[in-house]
Write a protein that binds this ligand. Structure first.
Ligand code: GDP
Length: 199
């Protein structure tokens, strides 16, 4: 996809604050520090459009970005969901995360799919397994991405891929290996986004 412009539109906590547009929308979720900002920046070819998400103690926000806002029929909204599971985040903030994300997924009509990121070096946790199960129950497409693939050898990458396939009951081509450092997997993620937005 040709990326002409990328604009930060706004941050929101609740539906009344979401942008009113209904362009195709894709959201990104994952544990704090998983490499979400790096992945989005790699996809859109920007160095630091998306800033490292959750600093402990900060209010967690849903951030909306608009790609190609000036190209009719080629607009795409990307949503950076707050990171979860940051050990230092207070219980209160953690308790806000789930309803905020569930409300977003449940009410956002132009949301076409979610991309869930997991660090390739960690085994999938309960949060990820629960989230995927919940998305499946809502019939919301969910692409799984293992980030920071460059941190492991090719053999270990495949071992982790197979472990994730077993955990999520998916085929190898249902989970993407990604590295912001080498850009491995970037095109596959774009291909998946294209198939979701049907261009
Ligand atoms: P976020 O909190 O999920 O938005 O994570 P960031 O994108 O800010 O990344 C967290 C840390 O992981 C930073 O120090 C990044 O430089 C590093 N990182 C992110 N992606 C990669 C990657 O693909 N490879 C390597 N080696 N490091 C990465």
């Amino acid at each position: 996809m040709k990326i002409r412009t990328v604009e930060f539109i706004k941050s929101a906590v609740k539906p009344a604050q979401y942008p009113e547009y209904d362009f195709p929308e894709i959201a990104f979720a994952g544990r704090s520090n998983v490499g979400k900002s790096s992945l989005i920046n790699t996809l859109i070819n920007r160095k630091d459009m998306v800033k490292t998400s959750s600093r402990p103690g900060c209010t967690q926000l849903i951030n909306f970005f608009l790609i190609n806002g000036d190209v009719p029929q080629r607009e795409l909204s990307m949503v950076d969901l707050p990171g979860y599971g940051y050990a230092k985040v207070s219980k209160k903030i953690r308790a806000q995360w789930q309803p905020m994300v569930e409300t977003y997924v449940g009410t956002r009509n132009n949301l076409l799919g979610l991309i869930l990121l997991m660090d390739i070096r960690r085994d999938p946790g309960k949060e990820e397994l629960d989230m995927v199960r919940w998305l499946e129950s809502k019939r919301m497409p969910c692409l799984l991405v293992l980030t920071k693939a460059d941190k492991l050898s090719k053999t270990k990458q495949l071992k982790q891929l197979d472990a994730a396939c077993t955990a999520f009951n998916r085929e190898r081509n249902g989970i993407v290996l990604f590295s912001a450092k080498t850009r491995q997997g970037r095109q596959t993620i774009w291909d998946e986004i294209h198939s979701l937005i049907d261009w």
